[in-house]
Design a protein. Structure first.
Length: 110
């Protein structure tokens, strides 16, 4: 195993030594560019779009809904002084139906 590693290492060193400065610059530039693109794509794809589930709720109802979402393991954010709750875009419709079935909320705006 160690011999194979040494063989590959020697091949890479030989290849790198035989390339010109412009070729080395292109290899480094392309590698850096691809790495930057992968990092950018992973950052943007991991961001979840959050949309309002309910607005203008009382603090008591907000607490009830937040507790329910926390027990289900659904990420949520509070805005506007705790009167608006945001949830992931892909789960909003299901949550509206599920929370309405359990009688939440009694006031506020959907």
């Amino acid at each position: 195993m160690k011999e194979k590693f040494i063989t590959y290492k020697n091949r890479i060193e030989k290849f790198w030594g035989n390339t010109s400065k412009s070729q080395k610059g292109m290899v480094i530039g392309v590698t850096s560019f691809l790495t930057l693109i992968l990092i950018t794509v992973s950052i943007f794809s991991s961001n979840t779009k959050m949309i309002p589930l309910y607005k203008d709720l009382t603090l008591q109802e907000m607490g009830q809904i937040k507790t329910e979402l926390d027990t289900r393991g659904i990420p949520c954010e509070l805005e506007q002084g705790g009167t608006t709750i945001l949830v992931p875009d892909n789960q909003a419709e299901t949550l509206l139906v599920d929370l309405a079935a359990s009688g939440l909320p009694n006031s506020g705006t959907i």
